[in-house]
Design a protein around this ligand. Sequence first.
Ligand code: AHG
Ligand code: MN
Ligand code: MN
Length: 326
Amino acid sequence: MTDLRTYISGRSSGEALQTATVEAILALAGAAARIATVIREPDASVDFAATRGSANADGDIQKALDVICDEIVAAALLAAGVATYLSEEREDPVPMNDDGLVIVACDPLDGSSNIDTNLSIGTIFSLLPAAAGPFQPGRNQLASGFFVYGPQTTLLLTMGQGVHAFQMDSSGIFHLLDWAVSIPAQTSEFAINAANSRFWNAPVAGYVADCVAGADGPRGRDFNMRWLGSLVADSWRIFRRGGVFLYPGDRRTGYNEGRLRLVYEAAPVAFLVEQAGGSATNGAGAVMDIIPEHLHQRVPFLFGSYTEIDEIVRHHSLSEPPIRKE
Ligand code: AHG
Ligand code: MN
Ligand code: MN
């Protein structure tokens, strides 16, 4: 079996930026192995779901495990020579190494609401060239991926030449899986938090209504729904068997641009999605082309099998622009 280090080192030309990219990915894999162990081993002295009483930079209440993961990732990236660390859990970009060549954006722990429910959670990352500064479009990414801490500890990774999947063994080594990662073009499965349906805009409400109408509606076939509350877990399923994920903007206060963050959630997942033959949009254009204006910027995020995303975009083009709360 091929391990992660051998696999990605073999794909590097040895040029400095590529070497720095490989080092950062290996540092993230080391951090993920530590996080997986922290989650798996019993420890009566910590309550990982305990709130810290403080909100993170985006207004979410931090849980103990959010902070532990952020510290593990930051220490690994500092030691790996990374230039700047962009984290969901930090207010501002964190300068690390003056001579570093890559920026790493990271959601150290995705799916925090599932921490104490024994459902899958994960770590999302995006690597960018340091020379172009902290806020660059997803199109500039050198690599992106996410780890999932679930029944298996896994990694989905792209360095811009397709998507590669790995599974961790009991000693923390990630092994390449025999899986040509490609999001099936056709699907009858959608993921959305239906509890927010009364706040949806017309295009999203119209698309979901058509799916729910199933064989009796315009789609002429039945659909199924899944929503795990962990972007990483919903994404892994979509890479495996197709489907679409929708976290649109809605009319709730503070949710005009949805919930997910562009820099360290949507852009890295969008890079993987495009590399696996799917598409990722905010309803108006590709998520990969959006230039962030600030670290914690949100974005409506709709991605998955491209035939369904085309259908969702068609709904957007039929409608008035998304409803904005004044
Ligand atoms: P995080 O735990 O990093 O704050 O991200 C949670 C995200 C994402 O994982 C998930 O898809 C979404 O929030 C769930 O949102 P709702 O609770 O609104 O359904
Ligand atoms: Mn997240
Ligand atoms: Mn998080």
